[in-house]
Design a protein around this ligand. Structure first.
Ligand SMILES: [Zn+2]
Length: 215
């Protein structure tokens, strides 16, 4: 829904309606890209806050990254630019696929570049039931949440049954991406109570106008 992210408090409250981490990340831009976009990641602190709300960072890691960013202002600005570049790459890939278009090779190259620099941090670790993937700790890297985000995009791209369900909200002032997990594949809006209602009201008004003009 392009109107999300309440800025009333110092901590933005982000919306998680995409059904997939990488799509939720693309939805940190509101409005319609190329028309009237609204940026919700205006600082590295916003990015950390999103990662915390997305469950990518626990509160102690989020605080550690925030402290690191405060010490390294320029580095954190550069890390935010890289995060936004990755986000837009992911957006273009899935935006194309949602319109049944092939993604640009340059965007896949960009995603592959992110993957090659981050997947080396994946470790197999013992879990209660066997083994699981885990990310190696990187205390001094402001980029560390980018690995799981890039991997989430790779996982979605390699999951045909989910990939064919990736949709883009049909709202006039929205372009959010989501996985349609409804049984009859009928989800058209990021949030029915928002974009879906706007469309309903518009259809109703149009009908009224037509009815009046026929009188
Ligand atoms: Zn929407």
């Amino acid at each position: 829904m392009g109107t999300a992210a309440n800025t009333a408090s110092s901590q933005k409250k982000f919306e998680f309606v995409g059904g997939d981490l990488c799509l939720d990340f693309t939805n940190t831009m509101g409005g319609k890209r190329g028309v009237a976009p609204r940026e919700y990641l205006n600082s590295y602190a916003d990015f950390v806050s999103w990662c915390r709300q997305a469950g990518l960072l626990d509160s102690s890691k989020a605080q550690a990254l925030a402290r690191l960013a405060a010490r390294r202002v320029q580095d954190s600005a550069a890390a935010l630019r890289r995060a936004i570049a990755l986000r837009e790459t992911i957006y273009r890939i899935f935006g194309a696929l949602a319109s049944d278009e092939p993604p640009q090779a340059s965007d896949l190259d960009q995603l592959n570049a992110h993957l090659s620099s981050s997947l080396g941090r994946l470790r197999l670790v013992r879990s209660r039931k066997g083994f699981t993937w885990s990310w190696a700790e990187q205390d001094e890297s402001l980029d560390q949440p980018l690995g799981p985000i890039a991997r989430s995009a790779a996982d979605l791209l390699t999951s045909p049954h989910l990939l064919e369900r990736v949709r883009q909200c049909e709202g006039d002032t929205c372009g959010w991406l989501f996985v349609d997990s409804t049984k009859n594949h009928s989800r058209r809006w990021c949030v029915m109570s928002d974009c879906g209602n706007v469309a309903k009201v518009r259809r109703f008004r149009l009908k009224q106008r037509r009815a009046r003009s026929r009188k």
